[in-house]
Design a binder for this molecule. Sequence first.
Ligand SMILES: [Zn+2]
Length: 236
Amino acid sequence: MTTELLFRTDSYATTASARVVSVGERGIELDRTIFYPMGGGQAGDTGALVRPTGERITIADTRKGEQVDSVLHVPAPGMARPDPGEIVTLEIDWPRRYALMRLHTALHVMSCVVVAPVTGGNIAPEKARLDFDIDMSLLDAAKIERETNAIIARGIDTEIVWINDSELDARPELVKTMSVSPPRGAGNVRLLKIPGVDLQPCGGTHVRNIGEIGAIHVLRIRSEGRRNRRVEIALA
Ligand SMILES: [Zn+2]
């Protein structure tokens, strides 16, 4: 079952209604969703499904299902389950998701300040990190913070652009992240464009204007192995 992914076209949707398609061991599938499933280093959304009776089913996590574009809404322990066919109102934990969006977009900016292959990454609501294949001596926390914040202060609008697989294959330089393969599906690849700054395949959720990030703070830099020099950031 394929779920219509509303967050792909509108990452700012905080509520929507959807029909329950199936209720299984791993979670609840809907015909459409605003909940982002964990992937590409970004944490899955949390929130609630509100039943027609007003009963709230707390959603503790969101994961990808077995098939392409299927999404599993994972209820918190002890929650009731809705019935297939039921229409539910979706509510995401917006402050948490917005923090994820700001940090996620900040990583795109930082990946242009630290010019090195990205070997890993993770985005949680309170902090985010990228791992680089780079010499430790080239990573200066104050410089990374200053240069990232200078770009953020330019307040550039972000854009989502789609290209097809063969266009991506012809431009391998677009793929900075070696550990996460680009989000491909139906022959098309989604890219986040920050005009004049960054263009790279990404299936995650981002802010409309990088100015919304505000500013970032480099929490720490440490080595997690020869090819994983980890830069951890938080919103300032
Ligand atoms: Zn992204």
